[in-house]
Design a protein around this ligand. Structure first.
Ligand SMILES: C[S@@+](CC[C@H](N)C(=O)[O-])C[C@H]1O[C@@H](n2cnc3c(N)ncnc32)[C@H](O)[C@@H]1O
Length: 310
């Protein structure tokens, strides 16, 4: 991939209302998710000093991290979103001085080398210039520090709902492609392809045996994000290393029941800004399918965990 990509960091520059809806439309992150990270970090010799939450958005995950780490760096290039994070953390945490805030792209981050115990990056790395973001994040990690990268992707629903949901997502992405250069959209989707398989975790930087965990893929390796047809990214690139540990499973924690308002919240949590008439047409069709009830959904989740070795 090119190394001087100008990434789009304004799509998520949103105020409280957007993030309030995001909170409803995105998964209720189970405690097992954080515990997996903490367990991995502890068993690989990591310390619970400083964690850097990269692309922290509205800061909810940063808040959770502060329960285990002494210091949380909350960084995001979007100024309005960082304001929302400051406000949320200020209201919810009794120890605001545990946090520091940085308004910047991870690619431009000038934190000293070997200065953080862990990098935590959820649903954000695909928005970056991946090569630069990975190089800078790797440099920031101390010896035995953990790189934790995760993608929740887009949820899947019961078979009665799924085709109409995909159709809505595809149409929203088609609207995005009208506003953003096609190559940028395809680059972002290609990074998400197969749950971040294109992210290399080289043994020159990380201990052999980096974990690549895929949850709730239900037999579909591409389930993490890709809708059929129009949302395809570039060609599939795998940088899975020969000693990486590939794990998979199904976790009930990520399954849920949803009604039409939940579907509305989820589609509204992506920075699609679709044509309102088109969106309402699709939601009305989904409403008819749900017939005033709910359907079952689940989040496919990809998690990468690696330990800095030098
Ligand atoms: C989907 S939100 C994820 C927020 C939060 N991490 C979560 O999982 O709830 C993606 C975030 O990545 C941020 N972002 C976009 N480009 C970025 C970049 N180049 N470096 C760091 N963060 C970036 C956006 O501003 C946005 O807040």
């Amino acid at each position: 991939m090119p190394s001087d990509i100008k990434t789009e960091s304004t799509l998520f520059d949103r105020r409280t209302e957007f993030w309030r809806n995001y909170r409803i439309g995105r998964p209720a992150i189970p405690s097992s998710f954080y515990q997996r990270f903490y367990d991995y970090h502890a068993t690989h010799g990591g310390s619970f000093g400083t964690v850097h939450d990269v692309g922290a958005g509205f800061g909810e995950l940063s808040l959770e991290l502060s329960k285990r780490f002494d210091h949380v760096i909350v960084s995001d290039p979007a100024p309005k979103s960082l304001d929302v994070a400051r406000e949320l953390i200020g209201a919810a945490s009794s120890s605001f001085n545990k946090f520091s805030f940085r308004q910047e792209r991870v690619e431009d981050c000038e934190l000293p080398k070997a200065s953080v115990d862990a990098i935590f990056c959820c649903n954000a790395i695909h928005w970056t210039d991946l090569d630069k973001a990975m190089a800078i994040s790797t440099d920031q990690l101390k010896l035995h520090g953990t790189l934790f990268i995760c993608l929740n992707g887009i949820p899947k629903y019961d078979s009665a709902v799924q085709p109409s949901w995909w159709s809505m997502v595809d149409n929203c992405l088609a609207d995005v492609k009208k506003r953003m250069p096609k190559a940028d959209v395809e680059r972002i989707l290609a990074i998400q392809d197969n749950g971040y398989d294109c992210i290399a975790l080289p043994e020159s930087d990380f201990e052999p045996g980096a974990v690549r965990l895929k949850l709730n893929m239900m037999g579909d390796p591409a389930a993490s994000v890709q809708a059929p047809e129009s949302s395809k990214g570039g060609p599939h690139v795998s940088n899975v290393g020969p000693h990486d540990r590939l794990e998979e499973g199904v976790e009930e924690d990520w399954f849920f029941d949803v009604d039409i308002e939940g579907l509305r919240a989820t589609v509204g949590s992506y920075p699609f800004d679709p044509d309102p008439d088109m969106l309402e047409r699709h939601l009305s069709k989904l409403d008819t399918i749900l017939a005033g009830g709910t359907c079952r959904g689940h989040w496919p989740v990809s998690i990468l965990m690696a330990t800095r070795r030098t």
